[in-house]
Design a protein around this ligand. Structure first.
Ligand code: COA
Ligand code: MG
Length: 334
């Protein structure tokens, strides 16, 4: 499991390691500054040891067999799905099964629930059952803009009070590209930076369906331009908000090599994790989103080279400057 150390804290840790901070008073001063900066940023206060989600395995909440198997599959996060993987006549049954699942679960902190979207008429029925089950949070699909996140945020405020949960504890993974309306409002979602949103994710299939369009992928498996655009918008949004960014499903679940290549590309592009739909996809995703030892070694070399105080350094005949230093710190903190 990867460990997230917030970037501000990284600076302190690096400085201590490099022997640049010698006084305990200075260390405490840095920590206090860090906490106040973290408290002001959209992610909320820094949680040392908080984990980055690499693999997010979807489990249809109406499948007894899949629910039973899910906890042993090694996914960083599970999502019990009440939405698209469950047909309308089985929604009520899926809610019952979701509730029973949490009833038998010890640690709830890695298990999320995807609720139905606000236009479905099912969202409140879902939330009324989901919040008392105390999952890590919810996935909110098919948002049309920041107002949908705000509305669900208010529902969660009320339900947290009703069920004695800490205010703001239910986090939201917002799926931000499934409607044309949301695609036109990315900047507003970023400006709102709702404090419950801890991750953003994207999907192409629902956007395509909303527009009456065809397969979002070419016959060769590449995203068509509209969906490449959606993917990029999601990436920019996540990084503008300072939250984790989850790449969408790789539907050919019998093609492990294709998934591995796609995941390496995702991480290269700046995604922090990826959706899985099948047990065989989990280990591939976890591995692809874990930096290799060679990458970690190079990152450490870059950080060490900057300890001398220069703004640009050379390692093995290549120039590295501040963006490389930032990337190295980020990699080592993941
Ligand atoms: N979670 C937990 N267990 C799963 C699983 C999942 N998402 N997908 C498959 N399994 C289990 C199966 O039940 C089967 O268990 P068994 O060995 O005890 O019989 C085993 O893993 C192997 O499954 P397999 O036979 O290869 O696949 P399948 O034909 O049963 O299912 C899918 C294929 C795609 C229908 C299934 O993987 C699935 O439902 N995925 C989730 C879909 C979803 O949630 N979509 C919405 C989000 S995009
Ligand atoms: Mg969908």
């Amino acid at each position: 499991m990867q460990r997230r150390v917030h970037r501000h804290a990284d600076l302190i840790v690096d400085a201590i390691a490099a022997g640049r901070v010698r006084s305990r008073i200075i260390v405490w001063f840095h920590i206090c500054c860090t906490l106040s900066v973290c408290a002001a940023c959209s992610r909320g206060p820094c949680k040392l040891g908080e984990t980055v989600i690499r693999s997010v395995l979807f489990v249809p909440a109406d499948s007894e067999k899949k629910l039973a198997k899910a906890p042993s599959l090694g996914a960083d996060a599970l999502v019990l799905d009440l939405e698209d993987a469950v047909l309308p006549p089985r929604k009520a049954l899926a809610r019952d099964m979701m509730q029973a699942y949490f009833g038998g679960l010890g640690d709830h902190s890695h298990t999320w629930v995807r609720v139905n979207d606000l236009s479905s008429g099912e969202t409140l029925k879902d939330l009324a059952r989901v919040v008392p089950a105390r999952p890590a949070g919810i996935l909110l699909p098919k948002i049309k803009g920041p107002q949908d996140i705000a509305v669900v945020g208010h529902y969660l405020d009320a339900l947290e009070v009703e069920h004695g949960l800490a205010q703001g504890s239910m986090r939201i993974i917002a799926i931000v590209t499934e409607t044309p309306e949301a695609m036109l409002r990315m900047g507003e979602i970023a400006r709102q930076a709702h404090p419950r949103v801890s991750h953003v994710a994207w999907g192409g299939e629902d956007l395509s369906a909303a527009m009456g369009a065809g397969d979002p992928r070419t016959p060769e498996g590449a995203w068509r331009p509209m969906y490449e655009y959606a993917r990029n918008q999601c990436l920019l949004l996540g990084h503008a908000m300072g939250v984790e960014v989850i790449d969408t499903v790789y539907i050919n679940f019998r093609n492990p090599e294709g998934l591995r290549k796609a995941c390496l590309q995702s991480r290269y592009d700046g995604f922090t994790g990826r959706v899985a739909i099948h047990p065989d996809q989990v280990a591939i995703i976890n591995e692809a989103f874990t930096p290799t030892q060679a990458e970690r070694d190079l990152a450490q070399k870059i950080i060490d080279a900057f300890a001398g105080g220069a703004g640009a350094v050379s390692i093995d005949g290549k120039m590295y400057d501040v963006p490389h230093l930032k990337a190295a710190r980020r990699l080592l903190s993941s």
